[in-house]
Design a protein around this ligand. Structure first.
Ligand SMILES: Nc1nc2c(ncn2[C@@H]2O[C@H](COP(=O)(O)OP(=O)(O)OP(=O)(O)O)[C@@H](O)[C@H]2O)c(=O)[nH]1
Length: 405
């Protein structure tokens, strides 16, 4: 499941880790080069060259920078001018304790950043520059888009990783991979997890019978998901009755009746062409009369643009007032599934989604994007054609799986 996406995320991790490792090496080198000077006695610099110990205290550094600026001609060698630059960089670090030389030193001095990194290294931390991450982040963006992650969601992931990794001093603990992994994990979790209804809680806590209606386009696995949920609910101690609100498609009754027979569960159907609201209403009455916990109402596959069919859904909402409306689509549809989820939710708000055929999806884009785009959680993943192939969606578990080694 989602193997292509896993590979692509793994590539970003190793690229970003390389960057972090290079930085760490860089700061270590900087430390090696500069430490001896910083530990040098505070003797005055050579009067002729103006050379100042690089790690002199901040006020000394500022003074020296001022000298270097005031008397550039006094420098007689490249070494001297380098030393002046270095001192100016240190002055830039002095944070407002100097005036003129500070602004001079600030302008374009890469050494200031270099010194900051060195300081970070001394404190056992690593700093990653935005520039350093440019290439890995660009590649990650391409990877997410190729994996069918919705564009806005991909951007959000990138922004979060950038905010998390760039500039921030991160504890440089045992492994830099952990730093990158955590940033990626946080970013993915923040788009996949949304506040909303928990399916099991809704079943437990709603007044019985709990009415659940399923919507989505044709052939994505609504009826199969209803059959799987019948089994899931029974395994969790809840009885169900099925209602075939798909009075549109020839053969719909036969298909759901086969599932009902296989699962030994009651089903309410009407003739083809009947009113779906009436079917579901009958099922609710049947559940009330027979002390059944849950009504699972199938509906015809439709596009959000099918006005008459969308009006049917609105009528079900008005008359039956379902406890949950579940949008079903197939993970393999990628961006199309995400767009449909958005459009359905706009037309007739849903409480959450089921993504079927996750077993056949290597991209994972719909699973990453759909909750963020609709603002509603994914309830379950369909992972096969059997009645047990339904997995409760757990954002943490998914992210752990995607980042698993
Ligand atoms: N591999 C796999 N196949 C699935 C899954 N869920 C459903 N299917 C298959 O998808 C096909 C369509 O499923 P249905 O349940 O008939 O789809 P539907 O949305 O009810 O279709 P309509 O009634 O035409 O709207 C069937 O062959 C199912 O076995 C899943 O999670 N994994």
């Amino acid at each position: 499941m989602f193997d292509g996406l896993k590979d692509r995320l793994g590539k970003f991790r190793s690229d970003a880790e390389d960057v972090a490792e290079e930085n760490a090496e860089e700061v270590e080198e900087a430390e090696d080069e500069e430490t001896p000077e910083s530990e040098a006695p505070t003797e005055p610099a050579d009067a002729d060259t103006g050379e100042t110990p690089a790690e002199a205290d901040e006020s000394e550094a500022a003074e020296t920078a001022a000298e270097a600026e005031a008397e550039p001609e006094a420098s007689e060698s490249e070494a001297a001018s380098e030393a002046a630059e270095s001192a100016a960089s240190e002055a830039a670090e002095a944070d407002g304790e100097t005036d003129e030389p500070e602004s001079e030193a600030d302008s374009g001095s890469s050494r200031a950043g270099f010194a900051a990194r060195a300081k970070s290294a001394v404190r056992g931390r690593v700093v990653i520059d935005e520039e350093d991450l440019e290439d890995p982040l660009w590649e990650l963006e391409m990877a997410l888009l190729e994996s069918d992650v919705e564009m806005g969601v991909a951007q959000e992931i990138l922004d979060q990783i950038k905010a998390d990794l760039v500039g921030e001093e991160k504890k440089f603990t045992t492994s830099t991979d952990e730093v990158v992994r955590e940033a990626l994990k946080d970013a993915l979790l923040s788009v996949i997890s949304v506040d909303g209804v928990d399916f099991d809680d809704a079943i437990e806590q709603s007044e019985k019978p709990v009415v659940v209606i399923f919507t989505g386009v044709n052939g994505v696995g609504k009826t199969t998901s209803i059959a799987k949920l019948t089994k899931y609910l029974r395994d969790n101690g809840h009885s169900s009755v099925l209602a075939n609100g798909d009075t549109y498609r020839a053969g719909a009754n036969q298909q759901i009746e086969e599932h009902a027979a296989n699962l030994d569960v009651d089903i309410i159907t009407h003739e083809q062409g009947g009113d779906p609201t009436a079917v579901i209403y009958d099922a609710v009455e049947y559940a009330e009369a027979n002390d059944i916990d849950v009504v699972l109402g199938d509906t015809a596959g439709r596009l959000h643009t099918s006005d008459d069919l969308m009006q049917q859904l609105e009528k079900i909402g008005r008359v039956v007032d379902p406890d949950l409306t579940v949008f079903v689509d197939e993970a393999v549809a990628g961006q199309d599934a995400v767009n449909r989820a958005r459009e359905f939710n706009d037309a007739v708000p849903v409480d959450g989604s089921i993504l079927t055929k996750a077993d056949a999806d290597s991209q994972g884009g719909a699973a990453i994007s759909i909750a963020h785009v609709t603002g509603k959680p994914i309830f379950f993943l369909g992972t096969g054609q059997g009645y047990d192939d339904l997995v409760k969606f757990d954002p943490e578990a998914l992210v752990e799986d995607l980042l698993g080694d």
